[in-house]
Design a protein around this ligand. Structure first.
Ligand code: ZN
Ligand code: ZN
Length: 99
């Protein structure tokens, strides 16, 4: 989304509130209009302070109460799915799914 509105405080920008800012301490533009300049961080400081993005492995997996599901194709067991299936009659294991 490159066309979202950016705010620049009437061309003045804001100061980064990180006293140890390594990036000049100036914020040119923000994708939102801050209500207060307190606690504003420049993009780099924000990135540094943000918690790391969750790893893909951490996403919730479903295992049908530990039983898994039968594969509709080969009859094999599907022990985990990244979603809770609504219709279990046409589930495919990873191998069959790839075919
Ligand atoms: Zn900064
Ligand atoms: Zn299968």
């Amino acid at each position: 989304m490159d066309d979202r509105q950016m705010y620049d405080n009437d061309g003045q920008g804001w100061d980064c509130s990180n006293p140890d800012c390594q990036h000049g301490g100036h914020i040119d533009k923000l994708p939102f209009e801050p209500r207060s300049a307190d606690g504003l961080l420049c993009f780099e400081c924000k990135k540094a302070s943000a918690p790391a993005a969750p790893r893909r492995d951490d996403r919730e997996m479903f295992d049908n109460d530990g039983q898994g599901w039968p594969c509709a194709d080969c009859g094999g067991n599907i022990d985990k799915l990244p979603f809770e299936p609504r219709d279990t009659s046409n589930l495919k294991c990873r191998d069959c799914f790839r075919k």
